[in-house]
Ligand binder design. Structure first.
Ligand SMILES: Cc1cc2nc3c(=O)[nH]c(=O)nc-3n(C[C@H](O)[C@H](O)[C@H](O)COP(=O)(O)OP(=O)(O)OC[C@H]3O[C@@H](n4cnc5c(N)ncnc54)[C@H](O)[C@@H]3O)c2cc1C
Length: 408
């Protein structure tokens, strides 16, 4: 019988974990993971913060996966532009869509289109050297409003606060950071719709903030309250850690909503209203929204097509959650194989449209090149230009030793 051909669209954590689970459960299957970008890993590369290299280490698992002879990476193929669902269904016995949810959620208040309002997704992509961020880099001025109190908001607090030495061991591109943050941030107002005990960030993220050199944290609106939770305890410790004024004050406003972003052409302030009805105008010149991402419109999924990751669940859930989803996906596919819904026999990867694409060997070259370019105290210098990504990925003269445990 012909081997099962599986095409996975999107090489982010969800697509990679799906491939991992499927290659384990269907050992003979030929698996192709394609991505619109010439490089794999989605938000693992372009969302997870530069100083969280531990989180990024899951990449090594994925690299071992790509090195298997029956798993291919095809970078530079855009689903929707280069290949559509009907074509994918004619090429693969099983199609898995894992294209994520990249668009920042809108604030939905007056003034949100003013210059200086920047979505967290857009900002973190730019800070992570995303190749499509370059044309118009966002600029963050010294007085910042952050809307939201989840882990992405905590990431932003850390990113805005760190001094150069605090980036040691990261893959932060300092030149890019200076373009985005031309002057040090001096004042942050974080506005949280929920009260302090219900904020969605993790205690570990707050503890990490406590170790930073510059900021002093204070609660300006609402209170932390006495009800205990690990997050509230961590927040209390964060606020208690420093009482003297510093050159960066981070002011927390709990149980507040944003009513309006103020300004004529660009941001000049933000109007907030507490749950008790009290209004305040805060003087900020940049507003960062960290309130989640727009769910992608749900496509009707015909037989033999599955969804996973943020495309399936909506934009919530961590990287480990994608691993759990992938096991569920493998079970669904096994059930459909048993029932005869899936009949193997389609050609797989070889039938994909030709184009300017990269493969796993190309990614290995890009990876090695970026590591070789790293300046002192940084682990890599990411290529942020799409043409250079392709050029390095396709330059067969760049000999790259295989990574530990890989064979391709
Ligand atoms: C700023 C930020 C920081 C985060 N930090 C952490 C963290 O520290 N720890 C943690 O556990 N989780 C973190 N997360 C959550 C984590 O990133 C997600 O759980 C995970 O990335 C979701 O995986 P995904 O594969 O569904 O989506 P994505 O990671 O977005 O991957 C989608 C992939 O699909 C590709 N794609 C999109 N459209 C197309 C198309 N048309 N054709 C082909 N390919 C396409 C994209 O290029 C991308 O590679 C963070 C999220 C954000 C936004």
């Amino acid at each position: 019988m012909s081997p099962l051909s599986i095409g996975i669209v999107g090489a982010g954590p969800a697509g990679c974990f799906a491939a991992q689970a499927l290659s384990k459960d269907f050992m003979d299957a030929e698996i192709t993971i394609l991505d619109r970008l010439p490089v794999p890993f989605g938000l693992l590369r372009y969302g997870v913060a530069a100083d969280h290299q531990g989180t990024k280490a899951v990449q090594h698992q994925f690299e071992r996966l790509f090195s298997r002879p029956n798993v291919e990476f095809v970078g530079g193929l855009d689903y929707g532009r280069d290949v559509d669902l009907d074509r994918l269904r004619s090429i693969f016995d099983v199609v898995v869509l894992a294209t994520g949810a990249p668009d920042d959620r809108r604030l939905g208040v007056e003034g949100e289109t003013l210059e200086g309002v920047i979505g967290a997704g857009r900002l973190t992509r730019a800070l992570n050297s995303h190749p499509e961020a370059g044309a118009e880099l966002p600029v963050v001025l010294p007085r910042v409003g952050i809307v939201g109190s989840g882990n992405v908001a905590a990431d932003l607090l850390r990113l805005l606060s760190k001094t150069s030495v605090e980036w040691d061991g990261s893959d932060m591109d300092d030149a890019l950071l200076h373009q985005i943050l031309p002057r040090p941030v001096t004042e942050v107002h974080l506005i949280s719709r929920s009260d302090a005990v219900e904020a969605r960030w993790d205690a570990a993220m707050l503890r990490e903030l406590a170790s930073l050199k510059r900021p002093r944290f204070q609660v300006l609106t609402g209170s932390i309250g006495s009800r205990g939770s690990p997050e509230a305890d961590a927040l209390r410790e964060l606020v208690a850690a420093r009482s003297e004024p510093t050159d960066l004050s981070i002011n927390l406003h709990f149980a507040c909503v944003v009513e309006q972003v103020l300004g004529r052409d660009r941001v000049e302030g933000i109007r907030i209203r507490s749950h008790t009805g009290l209004r305040k105008d805060l003087p900020v010149d940049t507003v960062l929204t960290a309130i989640g991402f727009e769910p992608r419109p749900v496509e009707t999924v015909p037989p033999r097509v599955y969804r996973t990751g943020w495309l399936r669940t909506g934009p919530q859930g961590t990287i480990p959650a994608q691993r759990t989803l992938s096991k569920q996906l493998a079970l669904e596919i096994a059930r459909d194989l048993r029932s005869g819904l899936i009949q193997p026999g389609r050609p797989g990867c070889a039938a994909l449209p030709a184009g300017r694409t990269t493969n796993f060997a190309g990614w290995r070259r890009i990876d090695a090149y970026e590591r070789a370019q790293a300046v002192e105290q940084r682990v890599r210098l990411k290529i942020s230009d799409i043409e250079t990504l392709y050029a390095v990925g396709q330059d067969a003269n760049l000999a790259v030793a295989p990574a530990r445990g890989t064979s391709k």
